[in-house]
Design a protein around this ligand. Structure first.
Ligand SMILES: Cc1cc2nc3c(=O)[nH]c(=O)nc-3n(C[C@H](O)[C@H](O)[C@H](O)COP(=O)(O)O)c2cc1C
Length: 206
C-alpha cells in the first residue's frame, strides 16, 4: 500500500509541505508506504487540449508532470496539495493537476484521493472544492478528515500553530490508512472492484 503526496506549491518546504508532512507521518505510523513529490518552482504549462497524451501516454510538454504520472499510477492513494493563490489553487498546481488527470485517462479509478490546501486567511474552501473535483470525476473515493482540509499560515511555523488544521491532517492520514486496509481486506476476501460502464458523454443537447 503506497500513498503519493504531491506538494503543489512552488515552496519546497513551505506551508503545504508542512501539512502534507503531517499526513505522511501518520500514514507511516500506520504502516503505509509514502512518497512526497514536489512539483518544483519552474513554470508549468496548462493543458493544450491536443489529445496527444491519449496516443503517447505522456504529455507533449516534457516537464515534471510526465514524471508525476507514473508515480500516481503506481500509488494506491493520492494526496493533492496546493497553496491558495487568489482563492484558487496556485497556477502551477492547477496546470499540473489538469494535465495529470487528463493523462490518466480514467486509470486512477478506485485509488483513494484527498485534497489539502494551505492559505493565510481566505479561499481555502473554494480551493478544496476545486481539488476534490479531480477525484470525483475519476471514480476515486474521497478520504475526508474532520473539517475541510485546510491549514492556515504564511510560514511553516504558523501552520504548526494551527492546531485544529494539523489535527485534521492526522485524521486524513489515519482515515486513508484505514480505508486502504479495508480495500486490501476486501480484495483478499474476493470483493471485486466495481464494474465501470462505458462512459456516456453528452453536451446537454443530445
Ligand atoms: C500569488 C499569491 C496569492 C495568494 N492568495 C491568497 C489568497 O487568496 N488567500 C489567502 O488566504 N492566502 C493567499 N496567499 C498566501 C498563501 O496561500 C499562503 O501563504 C500559503 O500558506 C502558502 O503556502 P506554501 O508555503 O506551501 O506556498 C497567496 C500567496 C501568493 C504568493
Amino acid at each position: 500500500m503506497k500513498v503519493l503526496l504531491v506538494n503543489g506549491s512552488p515552496n519546497g518546504h513551505g506551508c503545504t509541505y508542512t501539512a502534507l508532512k503531517e499526513i505522511e507521518k501518520t500514514l507511516r505510523a500506520e504502516g503505509v508506504e509514502t512518497e512526497m513529490f514536489y512539483l518544483g518552482n519552474k513554470p508549468i504549462g496548462g493543458c493544450l487540449g491536443c489529445g496527444a497524451c491519449k496516443k503517447l501516454g505522456k504529455c507533449v510538454q516534457e516537464d515534471v508532470v510526465n514524471k508525476l504520472l507514473p508515480k500516481a499510477l503506481e500509488a494506491d492513494g493520492i494526496v493533492l496539495g496546493a497553496p491558495v493563490h487568489y482563492a484558487s489553487a496556485a497556477g502551477q498546481a492547477s496546470c499540473a493537476y489538469d494535465r495529470l488527470f487528463v493523462m490518466s485517462n480514467g486509470a486512477f479509478a478506485n485509488k483513494l484521493g484527498a485534497a489539502v490546501v494551505s492559505c493565510r486567511r481566505g479561499g481555502a474552501s473554494a480551493t478544496f472544492d476545486q481539488l476534490n473535483k479531480y477525484f470525483t470525476i475519476s471514480n476515486m473515493p474521497v478520504v475526508s478528515g474532520t473539517y475541510w482540509n485546510q491549514v492556515h499560515g504564511n510560514t511553516p511555523d504558523e501552520v504548526k500553530q494551527d492546531l485544529e488544521g494539523m489535527q485534521n491532517m492526522r485524521a486524513i492520514g489515519r482515515n486513508m490508512a484505514w480505508l486502504l486496509k479495508c480495500i486490501e481486506a476486501g480484495k483478499n476476501a474476493g470483493v471485486a472492484l466495481p464494474e465501470q460502464e462505458e462512459k456516456i458523454k453528452t453536451n446537454y443537447i443530445r
